[in-house]
Design a protein around this ligand. Sequence first.
Ligand code: ZN
Ligand code: ZN
Length: 175
Amino acid sequence: MNMLEKLFGRRLPRGPTNLSDVFFKGTQVQGESHYHVYAAPSRAQALAFLRDKEVKEQAVFVIAETPDGSIGRDLTVIFEEKTGRILEFGKRKQLAQPQKSDTHCATCGHFLFPTKITPCVTYFLSIEELKEKGYGFKCGSCQAELCAYCIKLGVEGQIPACLLCGNTKAIYQAG
Ligand SMILES: [Zn+2]
Ligand SMILES: [Zn+2]
């Protein structure tokens, strides 16, 4: 019980988004990877915490330990730590000002994995697969890189307008 609860003589109801109950335990480094470990009193609180905690770089993991197992967030998804099962795609907040970069999305600042797609081979990936793999798009007109979370897909069969230059003739290519 905390002080307020002692004062009221009972446990106060806690909403699932009470993030003040989540506390930082420490950072573990394994090779290139950084694991920022937190403790959360419940899975609901851990999930609410991870939804708010963006990871913008590769090899960075935020882990929230709960009495019912740990869940984590990396650059691309929120996942079950034990099995690696994807729980959901986290949302990405827009930067106050778009920033063009060769490696990160211009509108949310998340790192984009190079696709290394072989020329002359046609690939079809769903938007979920693009999100999971951390791939993005490059505007053929202004060269801005945009992630699969940020591009606004229009009507099927239509090329979406670039969020930066607005060019609808620009060809999005794997970035
Ligand atoms: Zn983005
Ligand atoms: Zn553009």
